[in-house]
Design a protein around this ligand. Structure first.
Ligand code: MFK
Length: 611
């Protein structure tokens, strides 16, 4: 009897636990001290500390429940009427209320702390995301929509703006973002088939939408911003980007509560984000209000996606921090080979690597949030400069942090061995939900092209970003910290920055000469854009980490900066061991590598089976 009890006991493992996610996160607390004026931080830090505990108790429990009780679509009522009702759990609804109460959107618009308001808001979003059961997704779109409505200054939409930025759970609305169609995921301009027809007899700006949207996240929101194609004088759709405009749509008729000529066909069955109702829907004459000029729809929705891309960065850093916090706790409990994991060099090294990658993404997130705050509130010309840097940094931060999140979450899950693969530990969901981050809001390749688009449109943005980097390195060098490791990091980052600048200069020369003959876009080596974007991310983070270490003079911060810089920061083809190889995808051989073997054997065509 005793033996069986003790044998059973031996099989029971203590689960990992989480502490206050603000006070435990020393990197976060230190970075905030360097990013936010001390008088502001003093005022909002108690709120962060309180929230750091709420997210690992009430919010985490709700988030986990929202995953266990995923949304479903009720298409018909008992009597056969079509109702298309998205049924969400009470946990999901409670997360809506908490988001409002905590001012997760409102904080960014009340602007009680000037530019630091966005840092405060994004810190809360970072604390919230990994516990929130993906409620971070509707919040991202709500923030993006709020910014578009704010900028539109449309008097008809003031009430909607107030709802999106409300702290009252009964008033608070969330928004969707309807871009993606079957034919247009990344290539929205080419693939948008939804048509916008001016509403007969209605005031200017009132339309009805006809078409289908293939992925609509958080379809339980009250409103959405949608792209649709306008018609020319003859009633034909205007092709390409110049036919698109941005529209405001309310999901339901305010009097009857029924859907506004919208049909929800099904909810998607996804790898992760199970908590989130992602729908396929059709618009069947849906009333809509035009928010942009015809032809400026993409530029208008870009104001939204540039905000959601920062939320994506917050979610990435948050997921990394969460899996690391769990792995760290486990390392202090789990024994193997007669020792705790934390006492074993490889396990320690893995955790240290995860910490450095997480810090890197946290740095770029909070820097971007600071720039967003400055762009929105600082006086001219500081706000214009912040906007220019942010335009470049937003896709860079998004694409880099999303990929890092998948790497770090994968490593974090592995740290738990077999337990990391067991569903009801809650661990696999972290990796599944991280995997959406490189896809959402523009996949890595599309964002790499966006980095180029930003450079082309505002060439000064790169100069400003590199000037900031230089300033940070000069500052660190001037502190004379007698830390050879940091000195080496400074020297290496300077050299890497020079390399990138020289490469871009040759490139900018191509652009300016190409501008004259109107072929600028083709002058950019598209196949280098991804390596370029990653290089820029690594360089920018290197500058932030080095500067931070120079301010705090903390040994751990110095080590983190040195670790970040000890691998090549710039990895464009000219810096590879054999530069003549060029970028991936450029040569005929790369095309063969890409496409694999020839599709025939001895001249016979091979059969193909449907997947
Ligand atoms: C945790 C939270 C995470 C967030 C969750 C959100 C869930 C929602 C899920 C989704 O909805 S995912 C769908 C997201 N879809 C995308 O992100 C689309 C990806 N594709 C792109 O981003 C393409 O690059 C793009 C559609 C923008 C290409 O369109 P075009 O029309 O071929 O671009 P073009 O012609 O270069 O630019 C048109 C205008 O837009 C130009 O301005 P002007 O008309 O004034 O010259 C560009 O400068 C402007 N523009 C484009 N991208 C911009 C931008 N402006 C500022 N920022 C940008 N990023």
């Amino acid at each position: 009897m005793n033996t069986s009890v003790s044998t059973r006991h031996a099989w029971v493992q203590e689960p990992p636990s989480l502490g206050n996610q603000y006070t435990d996160d020393t990197a976060l607390r230190d970075i905030l001290r360097t990013v936010v004026p001390s008088e502001d931080l003093e005022r909002f830090e108690p709120d962060l500390e309180r929230f750091g505990w709420r997210v690992v108790t009430e919010v985490k429990d709700l988030g986990q429940r929202a995953e266990r009780e995923p949304p479903r679509l009720e298409s018909y009522d008992a009597w056969g009427s079509r109702i298309d009702k998205v049924v969400t759990s009470t946990a999901w609804k409670a997360l809506h209320d908490i988001a409002a109460e905590e001012g997760l959107i409102a904080t960014g618009y009340e602007r009680n702390f000037g530019a630091a308001s966005r840092v405060y808001q994004f810190t809360k979003l970072y604390l919230f995301a990994s516990s929130s059961g993906l409620y971070s997704c509707p919040l991202a779109m709500t923030d993006g929509a709020a910014r578009v409505l704010e900028l539109s200054r449309d008097p008809h939409l003031l009430k909607s703006f107030a709802r999106l930025t409300s702290r009252d759970p009964h008033e608070f609305w969330t928004s969707g973002q309807w871009m993606t169609e079957k034919a247009g995921g990344s290539d929205v301009a080419g693939g948008t088939e939804t048509l916008a027809k001016p509403k007969e007899g209605a005031a200017d700006g009132e339309y009805e939408l006809h078409g289908q949207k293939w992925f609509t996240s958080a379809a339980d929101g009250e409103m959405s911003l949608a792209l649709a194609r306008c018609l020319d004088q003859q009633g034909s759709p205007i092709p390409g980007t110049r036919g698109l405009a941005l529209f405001y749509v309310e999901m339901r008729d305010s009097d009857t509560g029924t859907l506004n000529l919208i049909k929800l066909h099904r909810l998607k069955n996804k790898l992760g984000t199970k908590q989130l109702p992602t729908a396929e829907l059709s618009l069947e004459g849906t009333p809509a209000r035009r928010l942009s000029l015809v032809g400026k729809g993409v530029a208008a929705i870009a104001k939204m996606i540039n905000i959601t891309r920062l939320h994506n960065t917050a979610a990435a850093a948050s997921a990394m921090r969460r899996v690391l916090a769990l792995a760290r706790d486990y390392a202090g409990r789990r024994r193997a080979f007669g020792k705790l994991l934390i006492d074993q060099p490889l396990a320690r090294g893995t955790l240290a690597w995860m910490e450095v990658r997480t810090r890197g993404c946290l740095h770029i997130l909070l820097d971007a949030a600071r720039l967003l705050g400055e762009a929105e509130t600082a006086p001219s010309p500081r706000s214009e400069r912040a906007s220019a840097v942010l335009r470049l940094l937003t896709p860079v931060a998004k694409l880099f942090s999303a990929k890092e999140a998948v790497r770090v979450c994968s490593e974090g899950i592995e740290f738990f061995g077999g337990q990391g693969y067991i569903e009801d530990t809650g661990l696999p969901g972290i990796l599944r939900d991280a995997q959406v981050l490189p896809i959402w809001e523009g996949a890595t390749n599309v964002l790499s092209l966006d980095v180029q688009r930003a450079l082309l449109k505002e060439p000064t943005s790169l100069a400003a970003l590199l000037e900031d980097l230089q300033g940070r390195l000069d500052h660190a060098a001037s502190r004379q910290l007698a830390c050879p490791r940091l000195d080496l990091a400074v020297t290496g980052t300077r050299a890497a920055s020079r390399e990138l600048s020289q490469w871009v200069q040759q490139f900018q020369h191509n652009v300016s000469s190409a501008h004259d003959d109107g072929t600028a876009v083709h002058a950019w080596p598209e196949e280098e854009s991804r390596s370029f974007a990653f290089s820029l991310a690594r360089l920018h983070i290197a500058g932030l980490m080095i500067n931070h270490a120079a301010v705090t003079k903390d040994k751990v911060d110095m080590q983190a900066a040195a670790r970040w810089c000890c691998k090549p920061l710039v990895t464009i083809s000219s810096t590879s061991a054999d530069p003549s190889l060029g970028a991936w995808g450029k040569s005929a051989e790369d095309s063969l590598l890409a496409m694999g073997a020839k599709p025939t054997i001895d001249g016979k065509h091979c059969l193909r089976a449907r997947f």
